[in-house]
Every structure is written in structure tokens, then in C-alpha cells.
Design a protein around this ligand. Structure first.
Ligand SMILES: [Zn+2]
Length: 238
């Protein structure tokens, strides 16, 4: 645990869902910092397995070299290896996993065979909700500095002087990926891909929704309340 963690509570698995621009990354970082638990990103795991040449990594490499998507089974296998590591003992944040209903079902089965401090803990699934127009505004407002790479947002984090980087005064640019047509496609694609997963958890009454349009610190507050579920507080009520 990093020395900076505010608590060494057992929090168990947390899955954050949210569209691009919903603030998932910001919130994940805060949770990592507060609890001293790792953020598990399937992208990182995949790259790591390929780089280390593990058995699953070799299989994944072959699939990717054919330009195909890595199967749920391969991804889940790599996630299982990662979650078995010591730093995951008190909990972790899942980032980009589960992505499909099949992965969500696998995760439920997997967690049913594991314990956190002698307790079985299902994932706390949190959906950070931000309306379409708000997302569009956040994402199309992004400007970056070609000199130092600093990111601004003309709506929420403007530079001190319009169009100019605070650091060295370079003219800010809007990347192609941040233009409205591209963003709008990305948001629709996210919605389409994620809906079955959201429905899977919602049907079972396991989807927690937080209002992501509130200021970031209030979003954090809502999330912390969900994470610090009564069952895991201080490990007192066995
Ligand atoms: Zn700059």
C-alpha cells in the first residue's frame, strides 16, 4: 500500500462504468489514491502479457496479428492471473472490464470462489452518468498544447488567456479526435456496446448510478458512499 493511502479498508472489487468524458479516469485515480488499491486495466494487462510472452500473451498476440479481437476467454484468463496477485488482496478497480455480458458472468463466477478478508464480495458496479449534450461539450471543448502536451477545456478548464498555453504561450489546438463528428460517433459506439452490460447489472438490481454532472468532488462523495458498503467497514460485523 502506498504510504499516502487514507485507509487500509477492505473494499473488494469495484467496476466503474461511464462514457468517454464522464470522468471515470479522474474518479478512478482518486479511489486508487485513497484506498491504496490497484487500477486493473485490461489494456495494460494485455500489453503486459504479450510483452512478457506468457502462454496467454502468445495466444493473444496471434489473434491480434490476424487483426481479430481477443476472445472473452483469453481476456478473462489474463484478468484472473492479475487479480490473484498480492496487491489485489483488499480490492481493486476494474477499468475496461467487464466489457461484455460474458465477461460479467465470468467475473461473478470467479468472485464467488474468492474471498476478501474471509468475505465473499461481489463487484460494486458504479455507472457514472452524464447526459449526451454535456459529454459532447466536455469532449469537444478539449484543447491541447502542441509544445508541452498540457490539456485544457474551453468550458471547464480554460487557459488564462484564450487559445494560448499557460506554460509557454503556444497556440492551443483541437485534435482531430476531439471534433464533434468523431466524438458523436464514439459516444454512440460506447452506448451501443455498453448497453447490454448495463442492462445485465440493472436487471439484477446491482447497478449503482451516480450523477456525473455534479462537481467532481461531489461525484467522488457519492462513489465513496457506495464503495464503503456496510459489509466491509472495519471488518467489525462478522
Ligand atoms: Zn504548453
Amino acid at each position: 500500500m502506498p504510504a499516502t493511502a487514507a485507509t487500509d479498508a477492505v473494499v473488494g472489487p469495484i467496476a466503474l462504468l461511464g462514457a468517454p468524458g464522464a470522468g471515470k479516469g479522474t474518479q478512478a485515480k482518486l479511489i486508487v489514491h485513497r484506498y491504496g488499491i490497484p487500477q486493473i486495466s485490461t489494456g495494460d494487462i494485455l500489453r503486459d502479457n504479450v510483452a512478457r510472452g506468457t502462454e496467454l500473451g502468445k495466444q493473444a498476440r496471434v489473434v491480434m496479428e490476424r487483426g481479430e479481437l481477443v476472445s472473452d476467454q483469453l481476456v478473462s484468463g489474463m484478468v484472473a492471473d492479475r487479480l490473484a496477485q498480492k496487491d489485489c488482496e483488499r480490492g481493486y478497480i476494474l477499468d475496461g472490464f467487464p466489457r461484455t455480458v460474458a465477461q460479467a458472468e465470468w467475473l461473478d463466477k470467479y468472485l464467488d470462489s474468492r474471498t476478501f478478508g474471509r468475505r465473499k464480495l461481489p463487484p460494486v458496479v458504479i455507472n457514472i452518468q452524464v447526459g449526451y449534450n454535456q459529454l459532447l461539450q466536455r469532449l469537444t471543448g478539449r484543447r491541447s498544447c502542441p509544445a508541452c502536451g498540457r490539456i485544457y477545456n474551453v468550458y471547464s478548464q480554460p487557459p488564462r488567456v484564450d487559445h494560448v498555453c499557460d506554460v509557454e504561450g503556444a497556440s492551443l489546438i483541437q485534435r482531430k479526435d476531439d471534433k464533434e463528428e468523431v466524438i458523436s460517433e464514439r459516444l454512440k459506439e460506447y452506448e451501443r456496446r455498453t448497453l447490454p452490460l448495463v442492462e445485465y447489472y440493472r436487471r439484477q438490481g446491482r447497478l449503482h448510478e451516480v450523477n456525473g454532472e455534479l462537481p467532481a468532488n461531489q461525484v467522488t462523495e457519492q462513489i465513496l458512499k457506495l464503495i464503503e458498503r456496510p459489509a466491509v467497514q472495519a471488518g467489525s460485523n462478522d
